[in-house]
Design a protein around this ligand. Structure first.
Ligand SMILES: *Cc1c(COP(=O)(O)O)cnc(C)c1O
Length: 360
């Protein structure tokens, strides 16, 4: 029996992708082995990785002047790898600080010896807003502007692409990649840990423009040297083969469902339904400014916070799992990534309404 899993990550995956993987788990392409047991340098797996990459390129519209890298170490690894590849010690970099993931990226940049210029910081709203478009400027001497399009913990998402003022735009898309079409050409570098919207943990996708490659700092670990990894087709060492394979299955599902425009339509409908219910209820609330609300992660509070544990336990018993809020925030959080069907969101809304009737 499948539940509706509202985890922020690792998160729910499309059933079609899991079933496709199951059907060939013990005998992949007639090899008599699973995909996890074949050589990453063999013809079959190289073709599988190529297919995953070309599906991603097609769906996202990634130009030929970008490399797609399949790395390990998670999005957190990129917090350090990006400075190592794109800057020299002492360079200045600009950041937008919209919450906990931004803050971690900022901390790593400082550790890497960069002069960090936080050009917008949403502390005044307790990180329930995004900076107003046009409210910040980026020094043209900065190596790049980094931002977090979707703050997974705070449930705060940009409704626009920030103007980087001519310097490369670097974005941590971990929790919103593939949720809608984006214009990749506006970005210098996009990165995302797979375990929110793209597959199992252990895989991190980096999409980087060619002109930013080739100047790693001396001592950069080879597995995080983008140019070296690109030259080796992400196979400088053994890549996360199962993650790359499953990403291919998930991308095929996205394609079959109608691609990123269809994902956007579904995600908007899901978010509208849940926020609409929360706003219409006198019992639940969401703290985020309406123009900055995430389509993917919906934190919410109830009027009787002493019942949070009860809410989470009863929801779990009803097949609606992993609704506890992040340990730093409390309350509840519903993550409604691509794989969450509208029926799951409706089941949550029905449960919330019933819980309010019984306890409100
Ligand atoms: C989950 C997440 C991360 C951390 O990803 P890891 O793969 O665990 O390192 C970083 N940034 C954002 C926005 C996330 O949602």
């Amino acid at each position: 029996m499948r539940v509706y899993n509202f985890s922020a990550g690792p998160a729910m995956l499309p059933l079609a992708a899991l079933e496709a993987a199951r059907s060939e788990l013990t005998d992949w392409q007639g090899s008599g082995m699973s995909v996890m047991e074949v050589s990453h340098r063999g013809k079959a797996f190289v073709a599988c990785a190529d297919e995953t990459e070309s599906l991603l390129r097609d769906l996202m519209g990634i130009g030929d002047n970008y490399k797609v890298l399949f790395l390990q170490g998670g999005a957190s690894g990129q917090f350090d790898a990006i400075p190592l590849n794109l800057t020299a010690p002492g360079d200045s970099v600009a950041f937008l600080n919209t919450g906990q993931w931004s803050a971690k990226a900022i901390k790593a940049a400082r550790t890497q010896g960069l002069a960090v210029d936080v050009v917008a910081d949403e502390a005044a709203s307790n990180y329930t807003t995004t900076p107003a478009e046009g409210s910040f400027t980026v020094d043209p001497g900065a190596s790049y502007l980094h931002y977090t399009p979707n703050e997974t913990i705070g449930g705060v998402e940009f409704g626009y692409v920030p103007d980087a003022g001519g310097v490369p735009l670097v974005a941590d898309f971990s929790s919103t990649i593939l949720s809608r079409p984006i214009d990749v050409s506006r970005y210098g570098l996009i990165y995302a840990g797979a375990q929110k919207n793209m597959g199992p943990s252990g895989l991190c996708v980096v999409i980087v423009r060619d002109d930013l490659l080739g100047h790693p700092r001396p001592g950069t670990p080879a597995v995080w040297d983008y140019a070296a990894m690109a030259a080796a087709d992400s196979m400088l060492n053994t890549p996360p083969t199962f993650g790359i394979y499953l990403l291919g299955k998930i991308l095929a599902w996205v394609r079959d469902e109608g691609g990123l425009p269809a994902m956007a339509e579904r995600n908007r409908a899901k978010a509208d339904a849940l926020y609409g219910f929360i706003d219409g209820s006198g019992y639940y609330s969401n703290p985020v400014a309406p123009d900055s609300r995430s389509w993917m992660n919906v934190p919410f509070l109830q009027a009787r916070p002493e019942l949070d544990k009860t809410f989470v336990a009863e929801a779990d018993a009803a097949g609606l799992t992993t609704l506890a809020g992040h340990r730093s925030v409390g309350g509840m959080r519903a993550s409604i990534y691509n794989a969450m069907p509208i029926e799951g969101v409706q089941a949550l809304i029905d449960f919330m309404a019933d819980f309010e009737r019984r306890n409100g």
